[in-house]
Ligand binder design. Structure first.
Ligand code: PLP
Length: 390
């Protein structure tokens, strides 16, 4: 059976061009980028070329990019790094860090762990579409607030935040602004200067690059406390011999993402809108989660009355369709998604959710197959559901 992969928010396949560029760095140019000999210099050159490519996709300077092991490390480095530098401010009364109630666990759990260490965290509410309430943001700011961390776009429901406005508020109050842009890179034009972003997290495997590599943009002048101590490879901030093949892959993935963004956006938006319409028109009591327009071009997130999301995923999988209930991290837990609860769904409603995230290789035929298959699967599950009274 042909498989239809609709879980690109969880991860993407490595692009062939990316792979080809990475391969020589495993066996031919395997030098350590810190070594002084020619082999080391070749690795170092590749590292710096990748840094340039990553910086371009967000309009930063190459010297403002630090390579990490992925989005999770970038988020931890940004938030804990700045928090530990501000430890002395802990005695104040106000919330010290402001974040949202729908962040990815890489931010959410990092904030929770800082809370245990005595930092105060404000988790901002969002509206029914998942957009952060800007008035609540301004009201939450106190003289002790040193960091605002709000994601560019949500990994579950795809909602895009008003980053430029948040950046302006952060600048007006002289607060550092970090954004987790893991889901947004390559799908939205990003400009750290225009949006006043001070730190931004990137992950390679969401943009057709390899897993286990990412980057953190840190604006010149911002000082973080390193989380890893050692040889100080990355600007003394991140120790550990650089993963050159992975970094080369991330650099190439950024270059391709930037080059293809306009074409990809047009293509994916078309397919996504067809999918959303097809599902909502053909399945009664089906709803779209997230904002109708301010959403990632590849994200379609639904909920169906009287349906158990996990059973839906398994039934779709049997028919060759790879889908998700929400984030990959929470898909094996049976608790309702905190993102869906934050947008006002009840736990029962939240359980009936389905996330379909499209990619470059998906075709119109595949989407038509999903539109044809999904109503049959939902109807069959509803026939067995005690919650379905029709
Ligand atoms: N932030 C967001 C919004 C994500 O979607 C993810 C991955 O799902 C991460 C962070 C973590 O990235 P990584 O898997 O590279 O650690």
């Amino acid at each position: 059976m042909k498989r239809i992969y609709l879980d690109h928010a969880a991860t993407t396949p490595v692009d062939r061009e990316v792979l080809l560029e990475m391969l020589p760095y495993f066996t031919r140019f395997y030098g350590n980028a810190s070594s002084l000999h020619t082999d080391g210099s070749l690795a170092h050159e590749a590292l710096e070329k990748a840094r340039e490519r990553v910086s371009e996709i967000i309009n930063a300077q190459p010297s403002e990019i630090i390579f990490t092991s992925g989005g999770t490390e970038s988020d931890n480095m940004a938030i804990k790094g700045i928090a530990y530098k501000n430890r002395d401010k802990i005695k104040g009364k106000g919330p010290h860090i402001i974040t949202s109630s729908i962040e990815h666990p890489a931010v959410f759990e990092t904030c929770k762990s800082l809370e245990k260490e005595g930092f105060k965290i404000k988790y901002l509410p969002v509206d029914k579409y998942g957009i952060v309430k800007l008035d609540a943001l301004e009201e939450s700011i106190s003289k002790d607030t040193f960091l605002i961390s709000i994601m560019t776009a949500n990994n579950e429901i795809g909602t895009i935040q008003p980053i430029e406005k948040i950046g302006k508020i952060a600048r007006d109050y002289d607060i550092i602004f970090h954004t987790d842009a893991v889901q947004a890179v390559g799908k939205l034009p990003l400009d750290v200067k225009k949006t006043n972003v001070d730190m931004l997290s990137i992950s390679s495997h969401k943009i057709y690059g390899p897993k286990g590599v990412g980057a953190l943009y840190i604006k010149k002048g911002i000082i973080l406390q390193p989380l890893l101590n050692g040889g100080g490879h990355e600007r003394k901030l991140r120790s550990g011999t650089e993963n050159i093949p992975g970094i080369v892959g991330l650099g190439k993935a950024c270059e391709l993402a930037q080059k293809r963004m306009e074409k990809d956006t047009k293509y994916l938006k078309n397919l996504r809108d067809k999918l959303i319409k097809g599902v909502l028109d053909n399945i009664e009591e089906s709803y779209l989660n997230g904002h109708p327009e301010k959403r990632l071009v590849n994200n379609a997130h639904f909920r169906f009355a009287a349906i158990e999301g996990e059973s839906l995923i398994m039934s779709l999988d049997e028919r060759g369709i790879a889908a998700s209930t929400g984030s990959a991290c929470s898909s094996k837990k049976l608790q309702p998604s905190y993102v869906l609860l934050a947008i006002g769904l009840t736990p029962v409603e939240a359980h009936g959710s389905l996330r379909l995230t499209l990619g470059r290789k998906n075709t119109k035929n595949e989407i038509e197959y999903v539109i044809e298959t999904l109503p049959k699967v939902v109807n069959r599950l509803r026939e067995m559901s005690p919650l379905w009274k029709k």
